[in-house]
Write a new protein. Structure first.
Length: 428
């Protein structure tokens, strides 16, 4: 999206005002426009440097000096993008709660229209009234919760993870919790309106565990998965077996993708199967509003298998970054030789760029520790991206402060995870 914004340019007028006349950075539109402008300016500047343009004469004669200057310039602009991205995310979250409230009450209106249409010919019943009142109670509860969490996304606040992304496990669990709560409120409304003792006994019998054991089992499993996944992810981060970087703001696509924005099979199948089972349960509730929906055991087992697959995927993802080798970087025509201060070294390995850390502001946080000296990895632009750093190869200069002799090389990623220490020999 950022590339598309850069290509089509910024829709601003001559005096620099945002579209619609807004010139501040406090409103959501102003924050969004400021972020887009910063991204467009950064992309233009990066492509200029990649083409060899825009270098000052003072550093153009030295490849090392020009590389460091370009890296510092891009890092500064990337920090601006990150700052404005965070401002956009906060403004977006602050304005989200009203939209979530509209969606909740819009669902009530849709239910009312559906009941009115299906009541033609069949007549209005107490079950329809109880269903509408139950939906209104759920929507009112969500509205109240949205108000107290209006700075964190309203209704979506409980399903936003610590990394500022939508949590798949929490979203699935919250969907089942809301559905079961609505079903119980529907039965409670019907029970309150029932005057016949036999009808009351039938409604109470509809809450028996034998009737809704499938739904109750699925509810227990998905809620347990949500709690267990949070614990697993937290322990893996503390054990440096999983790298996590925060996003600027949550997106709906987070439910189906990993932190890098790629489609994740474990997440997709969990969301799809849970949605299908939830739809089936809703249809059963509509057909039999006098009891908890009797989710067939076959479908319940499918949901449990899907949940187990999702949990296994969370255990399998990630891994600690590792250095496999360190060699002296040689330009074409250079003589072979040992590593000396001032030379470039090429660090080969895996996991240097965690998922979600492909942005320039995160790449600029990569550090290589050579002995006791910390070296920031320079950003080397190419059209459309960066040649350095990458997930498997880093190139950094050996500073003059590194003493000759045996030293250890270690990479510290943007997530704060350090690799193994790799010994190298630096000669004078």
């Amino acid at each position: 999206m950022a590339v598309q914004e850069a290509r089509r340019g910024m829709s601003v007028d001559a005096d620099g005002a945002h579209t619609g006349g807004c010139t501040c950075g406090d409103c959501p539109h102003g924050a969004r426009e400021g972020h887009r402008r910063a991204v467009a300016a950064f992309l233009r500047r990066r492509d200029e440097f990649a083409a060899g343009h825009g270098l000052p004469q003072a550093v153009a004669h030295s490849a090392s000096a020009s590389r460091q200057w370009v890296s510092a310039e891009l890092t500064q602009r990337a920090d601006t993008i990150a700052e404005r991205g965070r401002a956009e995310g906060e403004a977006w979250l602050a304005g989200l709660w009203t939209r979530t409230v509209c969606v909740a009450w819009g669902a009530v209106v849709v239910l009312l229209l559906a009941q009115a249409l299906t009541a033609i010919g069949a007549g209005w019943s107490n079950a329809r009234t109880a269903g509408l009142l139950a939906a209104a109670v759920v929507a009112g509860t969500l509205t109240t919760a949205s108000w107290f969490h209006r700075r964190r996304g309203g209704v979506l606040a409980p399903v936003i993870g610590e990394d500022n992304r939508m949590s798949t496990s929490r979203t699935v669990a919250a969907s089942w919790v809301l559905f079961v709560a609505y079903a119980v409120l529907l039965l409670a409304g019907r029970l309150a309106a029932a005057s016949d003792p036999a009808e009351r006994d039938a409604l109470i019998a509809g809450l028996d565990l034998a009737r809704g054991v499938g739904v109750v089992t699925v509810l227990a499993v998905v809620c347990g998965i949500a709690v267990l996944v949070r614990r697993v992810v937290g322990l893996r981060i503390l054990g440096q077996r999983l790298q996590k970087v925060s996003a600027h703001r949550p997106r709906a696509a987070d439910l189906l993708t990993d932190d890098a924005g790629r489609g994740a099979f474990a997440d997709i199948q969990y969301v799809v199967i849970s949605a299908v089972a939830l739809l089936f349960a809703a249809v059963r509730l509509g057909r039999r509003p006098d009891q908890l929906p009797d989710l067939p055991w076959g479908l319940a087992v499918v949901v449990l298998i899907s949940a187990a697959t999702y949990l296994a995927g969370k255990y399998a993802e990630g891994g600690r970054p590792v250095i496999l080798s360190v060699v002296r970087s040689r330009e074409p025509g250079d003589l072979d030789g040992p590593i000396r201060p001032g030379d470039d070294i090429e660090i080969r390995g895996s996991g240097f760029v965690p998922p979600g850390a492909q942005g320039a502001d995160r790449l600029a946080r990569l550090v290589v520790r050579i002995g006791v000296v910390d070296v920031h990895v320079p950003l080397v632009p190419v059209p459309g991206g960066f040649r350095n750093p990458t997930d498997s190869v880093l190139t950094v200069p050996v500073p003059a402060e590194v003493e000759p002799g045996p030293v250890e090389v270690q990479v510290v990623t943007a997530a704060g995870v350090g690799t193994n220490r790799y010994p190298v020999e630096v000669v004078d």
